[in-house]
Design a binder for this molecule. Structure first.
Ligand SMILES: Cc1cc2nc3c(=O)[nH]c(=O)nc-3n(C[C@H](O)[C@H](O)[C@H](O)COP(=O)(O)OP(=O)(O)OC[C@H]3O[C@@H](n4cnc5c(N)ncnc54)[C@H](O)[C@@H]3O)c2cc1C
Length: 401
């Protein structure tokens, strides 16, 4: 046991994944989550390329596959529901638009939490109120009143990271809004949806509505997007977000009115701007950032979860390999991750641009030319060292699985 104590803020994807690897490398881990319990909801997230290898090394291949949505593919449709284009889950070797491993964000979070809950201290309904670091550690005051000292503190608290604002500066400095807003919530499956995503896009307004199957066949996940030059809705004010969605989707055809009719009876709801986080550094002294807090690539990259899982593996590995020296460990992590992150952020921006709404006099724009080398870099462009010689209490269990 190294005796290293690490505090992680955020229990969604990046936080529990990091907790898994830190525990295996011998650290004592506390995860503090602002919500009173693990947050359900969110749309399907994909695991492609190198992310699948990280899930395998975590020993979580079986539970992740068991929780998959098992989506067969996607059909884009016109306003009357006629199919325009079809994408299949086995296109591109399972790493395509609909990937072979597709799992609801809330289900993946649950898998990661179940895997770590026995070895990690989870504190729900609390958050870091204040922190002060010196050469040897970080003193943390929690909003709930506790005061504790840790060797390292990692922010895995998402796009609107409070830890980032506390240590690195205001959110405006790092968060880039890409001009699109997305919303997701579950509805009763009164639409006869059967393993196929349906997606309707209205070219003139740039708005879209869709439905995707989830494991519970009695329900479906509704998906909406609309362009928006700015975004000033409080990310915690769900009522205001629902009002905004109703207002922006007014007049959109297809099944939209029937889907919107379930806005008030849904048990889950997520709406946020499509934004990226761009920072020169992801660490300052003994405090580091991971996942969307550090390098959100936006949902339009389809790789936010992949970056969080790969980043968690590398961050814990590099810190442990450096004997828990923050400067060397954080430098190793940033060095390995940065070009992988940049490739995914580029994909996210290209996707948003491909949805640009043409002005009234504009020539119809051509589909963007997808650069295959860029896509390969975004899926596989990061080396995963095996960290031979670094303590790993879980290695044998994974080899046996
Ligand atoms: C409820 C929910 C729904 C989502 N739905 C989608 C979706 O539909 N599509 C999509 O592409 N992405 C979605 N995301 C984002 C997606 O999970 C991330 O892009 C990606 O998986 C990286 O995850 P992350 O762990 O870095 O950040 P996030 O998943 O954003 O998790 C951040 C976590 O930190 C917690 N937190 C926030 N502030 C504090 C604080 N001050 N102290 C402690 N904890 C804090 C949050 O409650 C959350 O649990 C959703 C996230 C959440 C939380």
């Amino acid at each position: 046991m190294s005796g290293i104590r690490v505090l992680v803020a955020g229990a969604s994807i990046a936080g529990p994944a990091l907790a898994h690897w830190l525990c295996r490398r011998g650290a004592e881990v506390t995860v503090v989550e602002r919500a009173p319990e693990l947050r359900p909801g969110g749309q399907a997230v994909d695991a492609r390329g190198v992310t699948k290898e990280v899930i395998r090394r975590m020993g979580l291949d079986a539970p992740v596959r068991a929780a998959r949505t098992e989506t067969a593919g996607a059909n884009t449709v016109d306003v009357d529901g006629n199919v325009l284009e079809t994408f299949r889950a086995d296109d591109d070797g399972g790493d395509g638009y609909i990937s072979e491993i597709e799992i609801l964000r809330g289900d993946l979070s649950q898998v990661l939490y179940d895997d770590t809950r026995d070895g990690v201290e989870y504190v729900f309904g609390d958050r870091i109120a204040e922190l002060t670091q010196d050469a040897d550690g970080v003193d943390v005051a929690f909003a709930g009143g506790d005061r504790r000292r840790f060797d390292l503190v990692i922010g895995a608290d998402g796009l609107h990271s409070a830890l980032r604002a506390m240590v690195f500066g205001p959110r405006e400095r790092f968060v880039r809004h890409l001009g699109l807003v997305l919303a997701f919530y579950s509805v009763p499956n009164e639409f006869g949806l059967d393993r196929w995503v349906i997606d309707f896009q209205e070219a003139e307004s740039g708005r879209s509505a869709g439905l995707r199957p989830i494991q519970d066949a009695t329900r479906a996940m509704a998906m909406f997007s609309f362009p928006s030059a700015d975004f000033d809705v409080d990310h915690r004010d769900v009522a205001a977000q629902k009002d905004l969605l109703r207002e922006r989707m007014a007049g959109l055809g297809w099944l939209t009115p029937r889907i919107l009719a379930h806005l008030d009876d849904t048990p889950d709801f997520y709406l946020d701007q499509v934004a990226q986080v761009v920072m020169d550094r992801w660490s300052s002294g003994r405090v580091g950032l991971l996942g969307d807090a550090a390098f959100s690539s936006s949902p339009m990259s389809g790789q936010g979860t992949g970056l969080a899982l790969v980043g968690a593996y590398l961050l814990a590995g590099e810190l442990a390999a450096a004997g828990w020296d923050p400067e060397a460990g954080f430098a190793g992590y940033e060095g390995r991750m940065r070009s992988f992150v940049e490739a995914n952020q580029e994909i996210g921006r290209l996707h948003v641009r491909s949805r640009d709404v043409p002005g009234p006099d504009a020539e119809p724009s051509a589909e963007p030319e997808w650069d295959l080398e860029l896509i390969e870099r975004a899926i596989n462009g990061v080396e995963l060292p095996d960290y031979a010689g670094v303590p790993d209490s879980g290695a044998r269990a994974v080899r046996a699985s």
